[in-house]
Write a protein that binds this ligand. Sequence first.
Ligand code: CUA
Length: 321
Amino acid sequence: MASVLLFSFQDFFSRLFSSSSEDAYDINVLFLRFLIFCGIITAIIGGAIIISVIRFREGKKPDEPKQIFGHTKLEIAWTIFPLAIVIFFFVLTLQLMQKINKSIPKGKKADIVIIAKQWWWDMRYPDLKVITANELHVPVGKRLLMRVESADVVHDWWVPDLGPKVDAIPGQPNYIWLKAGKIGTFSGACSEYCGTQHAWMRISVIVESQAEFDKWVMNQQKIPDTPSDSVAKAGASLFEKKTCMNCHSVSADPTDAHVGPDLSHIGSRATLLSGKVANTKENLSAWLQNPQQLKEGALMPNFLLKHEEVKALTAYLEELK
Ligand code: CUA
């Protein structure tokens, strides 16, 4: 439930006080300052309105307050005071931006490359030659440089527990540092409207110990085994025949076609369709049977597969762990 109500109040407050990264904590503190300050201003203005309404209501004498049109001192005061508040928060924001957007050492290449696509996330680790989708694994406590770009329209990367958001813009890669301070799974979402399935462009960041991460990397680098049983074997040959390979790779090779998500280890992921449904046989079958019913607008065509074909392909894909 918590993953569905991504921005519930309970979630918000638990996030506010238990951020899982230093950057996210600093952002939350700044936001809280804004919130308190704006709350005070709202209370003052709201209070003044309520007092005026009661004090100068019809029938009460005097029914009109003393008019102060052209009061120079007052006009100066209510120009300078709000301006000072805006400048104060502008400076605080600039300071925090400078702290979070640490400069990138010369020649430093991105540890992780995120390519936003309608409507899922292509995730690559260039040095490790690993490619996956929607579920990012990172080792705890390591500061990683992330390059965020887009293959189509403007998207926006945001995992609130782990730091700031950043736009994914076609032709304009943006860089962001990611350092998770806590082990766990943290959810995020695309936060720039990007089309029909914008709401189902969820992100999952799995923060684990270095040893667990290394284990995951080793598995991801492995070329998947050939299927063991006959149904899955039939699925593997269908995968080639039905031109699935034109868009999806199952060879753990980042240089293969990646129009759609890499499927080399799809069986090891927790969700399908960028966090929309759990990774189960039933959901995968339903998707293969009629992609548009499960995620309208998705670029996956309906291949009008027969029941046995769906069964075989599902068996094959679920084996790719
Ligand atoms: Cu991608 Cu909104």
